[in-house]
Ligand binder design. Sequence first.
Ligand SMILES: *[C@@H]1O[C@H](CO)[C@@H](O)[C@H](O)[C@H]1NC(C)=O
Ligand SMILES: *[C@@H]1O[C@H](CO)[C@@H](O)[C@H](O)[C@H]1NC(C)=O
Ligand SMILES: *[C@@H]1O[C@H](CO)[C@@H](O)[C@H](O)[C@H]1NC(C)=O
Ligand SMILES: *[C@@H]1O[C@H](CO)[C@@H](O)[C@H](O)[C@H]1NC(C)=O
Ligand SMILES: *[C@@H]1O[C@H](CO)[C@@H](O)[C@H](O)[C@H]1NC(C)=O
Length: 511
Amino acid sequence: MMNSFWLRPAYQKHSRGTKWLKLNKTLTITTRVLLFLFFFALLLVSVLIFGGWINLGNYSAGKFFDRTPILPPPEFPLDCVAWDHNKTCPNNYPIKYEPTNHHPSSTCPDYFRWIHEDLKHWKGTGVTRDMVERARESAHFRLVILHGKVYVEKFVESIPNRESFTMWGILQLLRLYPGRLPDLELMFDNDDRPVIASKDYRGPNAAAPPLFRYCSDQWNLDIVFPDWTFWGWPETNIKPWRSILKDIKEGNNKTKWRDRVPYAYWRGNPDVASWRGDLMTCNVTDKDDWNTHLYVQNWEEEVRTGFKQSNIADQCTHRYKIYIEGYGWSVSEKYIFACDSPVLLMTPPRFHDFFIRGMVPQRHYWPVKDNDKCRSLKFAVEYGNNHTEKAEEIGAAGSHFIHEDMKMEYVYDYIFHLLNEYGKLLKFKPTIPPNAIEFCAESVACPAEEIWRKSMEESLEKSPRNMLPCTLPPSYDLDELKALNDEKFMLTKQVEKWENEYWKNNLTKNQ
Ligand SMILES: *[C@@H]1O[C@H](CO)[C@@H](O)[C@H](O)[C@H]1NC(C)=O
Ligand SMILES: *[C@@H]1O[C@H](CO)[C@@H](O)[C@H](O)[C@H]1NC(C)=O
Ligand SMILES: *[C@@H]1O[C@H](CO)[C@@H](O)[C@H](O)[C@H]1NC(C)=O
Ligand SMILES: *[C@@H]1O[C@H](CO)[C@@H](O)[C@H](O)[C@H]1NC(C)=O
Ligand SMILES: *[C@@H]1O[C@H](CO)[C@@H](O)[C@H](O)[C@H]1NC(C)=O
């Protein structure tokens, strides 16, 4: 109908008598067919352009759209057939990949700046083979990246699966950014506590051994690396980070902050450290109400009932969540922060993982005193319930940090930059150690038992990322670092002051 409407003026011009009527009829039929074909072709072209199969940039003289073609990246699922057949790594995964998406990449979140701090000790001297060898003493394995391939030399058994999931993570990083990391060689320790005491390595020629692990503290030089649970912790029913973030986000949506239980919540194993034992004395009883609900995680019971009680995504029921370290840092930290509820963080923390140094008290969390736990928790909860807007904001900011600045893409980028910067410091040419074997996704996942294999398949990176890593921000200068530490100190002291005033008034009132 539209067709004949558009063409009507042309016909009307020549419309004469009955002869025309006949002609008109035949014409209309032919034009209709032609027009139909024309519009069909037009539609097809637009669909192709819209779907990204035709890149207008290549065909139009003037560039109307600056649209990079979305080429479906090649996918490489696990090839366990090849592995089972040969017990060697299949060579099908590309060892180099140039992303077609050249848009300038974004700057990484600020906490990446701590990468420079962690490697600062070696900035002047570089890392020599001798330094690396001296880290062997407490390392569980040596990792070599050479021409984009991974070789591992194992020294001693570590706590089961920490090692294989850490290795798995590094292999996924290489699948994501093939050929982008320099050749390097590093030592990794899977245990909880840092061991390279800085007091033993003072002075310009103090050749400290570089050792990677999951946490460090202010007295040690150990280099922090994201822990293995980002790729899942199947023994405790914890899914890979990408999946669990999604679950928690959905859970957060179900109970709005104001409708949550106006208490502070903690669930875990109190036996791993004395400070956790202390915390348990703050549980609500008939006599005392410290505004907390604390629960012991009974592992045997949980294993038996399939972790019904400890599903992390179901633990966002309270307005406040307590974070307390274990024997070292605790992997629970990131999950506790993801709930949209303010985290009451035991201060001062003894250890740091790779991200906590990017968080600021009163902005991302609420500091509570480790040496006066119960009274501090009671004040924090009461204060939050009196200042609900502020509390809700802190909860949202901490959660935003976790869901956005620590999404899996950034976790990979953090490891990328950490290894890249470390690799630049090497003063020697890495070689394949005689006792090392080549590692690939297949060699880790294919022989793994069902539950581990499932987690690995879920966290498998199937293709190279069609994008460059985020841009690493520069290191802090001394003034910036001092300002940052002063700010954190001041904001913590401020809370302490409010708290002390509260308890002083409370005591006088009760006398
Ligand atoms: C096994 O290894 C050989 C030689 O490395 C290779 O040619 C062959 O394709 C491999 N088989 C499979 C099933 O991958
Ligand atoms: C949250 O809930 C809103 C509406 O209640 C819905 O539109 C949104 O998709 C939900 N988001 C998530 C992540 O579940
Ligand atoms: C803490 O108190 C709650 C509520 O009375 C109780 O259910 C829970 O078992 C207690 N936790 C511990 C560790 O005793
Ligand atoms: C909360 O508000 C009540 C009532 O105004 C007040 O008595 C109490 O001291 C406040 N507590 C805190 C921690 O601000
Ligand atoms: C003072 O502290 C006691 C003991 O924790 C508590 O029961 C009481 O409600 C507090 N009083 C005020 C005014 O906050």
